[in-house]
Design a protein around this ligand. Structure first.
Ligand code: NAD
Length: 367
């Protein structure tokens, strides 16, 4: 059946699932529906060669189901490469729940969702993402062991966001070293877009380093709170992408580097937490490279969170989590240098390494 679907803001005529541009040989896509709780969710399992597919659950009011499907396909693919490049024995998966996290999330809905995860027998392990809290993972934990990011008093590693922010900070410093010749961020003008769980922690790291931080969010209350807490200024213009800054840190949602923004961006470095920052990896990655804007691949520098939840599975201590997260600095630098010497985009350079690790393991597994 041929349908109209929304993909990267373009209307395309493609087959519903396997024909989507975002479909990347995903192993399994599970549609979950429960009338009683109103649950409508999609679990995307991209690749399990390195291990069980681990990735957070996002609850979002998508404009339509195609947008939700597209999101889960892109996000789960990103998780495979994130785990691979970080050296973790995990596959890539992700889940989306369609709905408003503020008004439609109930304990019953979360437990029902947990039962669907349980039915996959550990092939998919969930965690928090946008719209989810540690308390929600505790509810999922009541019905399945295949969940991470549960609260510390229940044996979990707690909220992963501060460690994600620390990894982004490390990746940003490496990108600054590559672009400006020094990783010291003091006095650098850095715009943090989205000051939620990760964004706020990143602001804290940057302020401690003496950076000149500007914040942006759609939530005015958060802006006031974070601005007062850290003494940082709030962006009040009407075209954020044209702002004269040194570093742009996207920490809200993905696809902010797109056809409309890619030629406007004045920052010399892009390094943030949001997943899938490039609306079109190839095209926008190439334009950034041509414009000599250093893009630190999102799936590489926002891996702190997955390192943190992986620790729950492997029983790592905090020191090991911090050590692995700090290593994001070295990996980022290696990738930026490979991108420079091989004339390929930074995203491409990172993907090459991640894909070759998966391929090598696939060969070993088949011996
Ligand atoms: P969050 O929901 O706590 O924060 C997101 C913030 O972005 C909110 O304050 C929201 O108001 C703001 N926002 C939304 N749309 C915006 C817009 N158009 N412009 C400006 N601000 C906007 O989410 P989070 O946990 O901080 O995650 C942020 C991003 O990082 C997400 O893309 C997430 O997938 C990614 N990420 C998070 C983790 C983690 O450990 N939490 C790990 C890896 C990646």
């Amino acid at each position: 059946m041929i349908l109209d679907v929304i993909n990267s803001n373009e209307i395309k005529k493609v087959d519903p699932v396997f024909g989507q541009l975002s479909f990347d040989n995903h192993e399994q896509v599970v549609f979950c529906n429960d009338k009683d709780t109103g649950l409508k969710a999609i679990i995307g399992i991209h690749n399990t060669v390195l291990g069980p597919a681990l990735g957070g659950t996002r609850m979002w009011q998508y404009a339509n189901e195609w947008e939700a499907l597209n999101d889960v396909l892109r996000l789960s693919r990103g998780m495979s490469y994130k785990a691979a490049i970080t050296g973790l024995n995990l596959g890539g998966g992700k889940a989306v729940i369609i709905g408003d996290a503020k008004t439609q999330k109930t304990p019953e809905l979360m437990r029902r969702f947990g039962e669907f995860i349980h039915s996959l027998s550990g092939k998919y392990i969930t965690a928090e993402d946008v719209g989810m809290e540690t308390a929600d993972m505790d509810l999922v934990r009541e019905v399945t062991p295949f969940v991470t990011g549960i609260s510390e008093d229940k044996g979990g590693a707690g909220n992963p966001s501060p460690i994600t922010a620390y990894g982004v900070f490390m990746g940003m410093k490496a990108a600054a070293h590559y672009k400006f010749g020094s990783d010291i961020l003091e006095d650098k003008k850095i715009l943090v877009q989205g000051i939620g769980h990760v964004g706020e922690s990143l602001v804290e790291n940057l302020v401690n380093e003496g950076a000149n931080v500007i914040i942006d969010d759609i939530n005015e209350e958060r802006l006031q709170e974070v601005s007062h807490k850290y003494g940082v200024s709030v962006y009040r213009g009407n075209d954020i992408y044209s702002e004269e800054i040194d570093i742009y840190a996207p920490c809200a949602l993905g696809a902010t580097v797109n056809d409309e923004t890619v030629y406007k961006i004045k920052a010399q470095v892009i390094a943030g937490a949001a997943n899938n920052q490039l609306a079109n990896e190839e095209k926008h990655g190439r334009i950034l490279k041509e414009r000599e804007i250093v893009y630190a691949p999102d799936f590489l520098i926002n891996a702190g969170g997955i390192i943190n939840v992986y620790a729950e599975l492997e029983g790592y201590d905090k020191q090991e989590i911090v050590r692995k997260t700090e290593n994001i600095y070295n990996t980022t630098l290696e990738i930026l240098e490979k991108s420079g010497s091989n004339g390929i985009t930074t995203n491409h350079a990172a993907l090459n390494i991640a894909k070759s690790r998966i391929e090598m393991r696939k060969k070993e597994n088949s011996k």
